[in-house]
Design a protein around this ligand. Sequence first.
Ligand code: IMP
Length: 191
Amino acid sequence: MKLIFATHNNNKINEIAKITPEHIEVLSLSEIGFNEEIPETELTLEGNAKLKVDAILKNKNVNCFSDDSGLFVEALNGDPGVFSARYSGERDTAMNNELLLRNMKSVESRSAYYMSVFCLYFKGTHHFFEGRLYGEIADHPKGSNGFGYDPIFIPNGYTSTLGELSEIIKLELSHRTIALNKMKEFLALNS
Ligand code: IMP
């Protein structure tokens, strides 16, 4: 079965490819010749995920899926949330992480979670699947594994940041893995 993954983000394509069942062939946007940027203009992860799927559907009526994700920090009322990729105003990881740590300076309660929402368009209907990874914001960045906020995110049950933990552990814990597993279960029952 072929499913189009509505993303240009190679980190995500690599991560998804490692956890997708063999009978499903995941194709990226560039693999189907779709090179437009899809602006993420909605104010929720669900809204942005659906928007990306609908952009594909405008061009081609195919089974496809997309995800949107972000980091939600309790003490910052859920920021950076849906704006995680450009929290500092730029799509710049170092600047985003620096700003977040600055905003968390001397904040004691450091609970946060990553959340991922997948939107799957399958046989004519949209379906949504959500995954969360709970943890805490570190005092300073540690490690260089992963991407985005991983060097400043310590998952619950660990003392190291995702930047320090191995790729295998990240994949096991990931909000995307949790959401994707729900989507996989759905596809196993419905395809
Ligand atoms: P998007 O889902 O591509 O829009 O990504 C949103 C942003 O959330 C990313 O650019 C990262 O800043 C952040 N993010 C989402 N998932 C992760 C993750 O697994 N690790 C680190 N940062 C993440």
